[in-house]
Design a binder for this molecule. Structure first.
Ligand code: SAM
Ligand code: SF4
Length: 469
């Protein structure tokens, strides 16, 4: 691995603009790019830009159908579920779109104590969650810095109940130094997530008004440092609504290629947050570059075709309806039953309590209901954490993913973890919908995947927990 970069010169704005300016809608070229995309080998910047020009109904349908096919070939019907855990809304930055920004004096500030973290995790484990995403603002005080977060992670892993425990913790935190990343790694995190928000420098400067986050270069090179610090699963993202989404997608591709070139492997996941109204933020209520529902679906489809093996995450920012539509186009992970105000799981605070929350949620359904609905739509909910725990991360994961071998692990693991959820936590209606989904899924499997699924399911039915391969 080369030494981490100091600047974001790999985001060449002029080159990106030139690609955007040079591509015109061309039905023949669109068809050629889509035919190539269906081979699931990925696309380059020009090809990606060509897909952005799609607007005719028949081409749109072909774009969506191609994304559906690639998603199905690589991920099958699996859908991984997780819950965000907001531990602190203390923040020293001035991100104009976020309710946690330092200048928002009307926000109720809170950093959970370790006892409160324990209570939150207990509430999430009691719902059946196995995967957490720990989220925090960037506190300037030493007391709520990296060591606090590492304590929260240790506390969360230590919660064990008769029915379960959290088996993988990902984090969404401010950028760190290489040495700090090395320390964070020792706490047993899965993915380190960090969103660039916007890759466009001028827009970045206009919405990040003060605090360490106003340094574009420090943020855009964070994933290079994370990898240098030994964290091999990183998750990138853009906050859609700040700048032209076409520019953002091409810049994101440049970020991915730079990570591949410098660190040997690209990101494990891409998140696609779209701006939601946030308490006391005019920018969030009238975003400078709003993304329509149709463009949002195009974003998901184009990303799925450009980087077919990278997981894609959608949060509860989106409505249940939008999430349902985009699952088919390429989303592989969703959050469910989320709260964005620290302490809300235990207190049973409703998802619309705005005063301490980061932003308004679009989907208010509880985990059991989300599971019942996605199972009813033909998906296989999964709580799998096997890859990370068996060391299949970074390049090792990609080596298995590219030839399609990962399916022989993912599908049986999905069946076993979902069955465990159904037996331990589900309501009777959800259990019925889930059993039907499992029966349908296993009947459609062949070879190793089917053998493993059947034998692992039999072990779970006998009462074994945490059966993975
Ligand atoms: N403070 C850290 C940071 O900014 O990177 C990590 C946590 S921050 C709470 C997580 C993400 O929330 C941000 O990266 C941003 O993309 C997203 N976010 C902030 N305000 C939002 C809003 N109004 N709507 C949707 N997402 C928002
Ligand atoms: Fe703080 Fe993150 Fe919100 Fe910015 S996005 S104000 S850094 S919590």
């Amino acid at each position: 691995m080369k030494p981490p970069l100091q600047t974001g010169s790999f985001i060449d704005e002029a080159a990106i603009q030139q690609v955007l300016d040079s591509v015109r809608p061309d039905p023949v070229a669109i068809r050629e790019v889509l035919a190539k995309a269906r081979q699931a080998q990925g696309l380059d910047a020009r090809e990606m830009a060509m897909l952005m020009t799609v607007s005719e109904p028949e081409h749109l349908e072909e774009l969506f159908a191609s994304a559906r096919q690639v998603k199905e070939d690589i991920y099958g019907r699996r859908l991984v579920l997780f819950a965000p855990l907001y531990v602190s809304n203390l923040c020293s930055n001035e991100c104009a779109y976020c309710a946690f920004r330092a200048g928002n004096k009307s926000l109720q500030r809170k950093a959970l104590s370790q006892e409160e973290v324990r209570a939150e995790v207990q509430a999430l484990v009691d719902q059946g969650h196995k995967r957490l995403l720990i989220v925090a603002g960037e506190s300037s005080g030493k007391q709520h810095g990296l060591h606090y977060i590492m304590d929260c992670i240790a506390t969360a892993y230590s919660v064990k109940t008769d029915r379960g425990e959290i088996r993988r913790i990902n984090v969404n935190l401010a950028p760190l130094e290489v040495e700090e990343f090395r320390q964070l790694k020792t706490s047993g995190i899965g993915t380190f997530q960090l969103f660039q928000e916007t890759y466009h420098r001028d827009t970045y400067r206009r919405v990040h008004l003060a605090g360490p986050k106003s340094d574009y270069d420090w943020r855009v090179t964070a994933m290079h440092r994370a990898m240098a610090g030994g964290i091999d699963d990183v998750g990138i993202g853009v906050l859609f609504g700040l700048h032209d989404w076409r520019f953002e997608l091409l810049a994101m591709l440049a970020h991915i290629r730079s990570l591949e070139e410098h660190c040997g492997v690209g990101p494990h996941t891409i998140s696609v947050p779209r701006m939601e109204p946030a308490h006391g933020s005019d920018v969030s209520i009238g975003p400078p570059a709003p993304v329509s529902d149709l463009d949002f679906k195009k974003i998901v489809a184009i990303l799925r075709l450009t980087v077919p093996y990278t997981g894609m995450i959608m949060s509860t920012r989106e409505s249940a309806e939008m999430r349902d539509q985009t699952l088919a186009l390429g989303i592989s992970q969703i959050s469910a039953g989320s709260r964005t105000n620290p302490g809300a799981y235990k207190s049973g605070g409703d998802s619309e309590t705005f005063e301490a929350a980061q932003f308004q949620l679009g989907d208010h359904r509880e985990l059991d209901e989300v599971i019942r609905e996605v199972a009813g739509m033909g998906y296989l909910p999964s709580f799998c954490t096997a890859c990370y725990r068996l060391g299949r991360t970074g390049q090792d994961f990609m080596d298995l993913a590219r030839p399609g071998e990962i399916k022989d692990h993912c599908n049986p693991n999905a069946v076993a973890t979902f069955l465990e959820y159904l037996q331990d936590y589900a309501s009777p209606e959800t259990r019925q919908a889930g059993e039907a989904a499992i029966a349908r899924e296993v009947a459609g499997m062949e070879g190793v995947a089917r053998q493993r699924s059947e034998s692992m399911a039999a072990r779970v039915r006998r009462g074994e927990h945490d059966v993975i391969c």
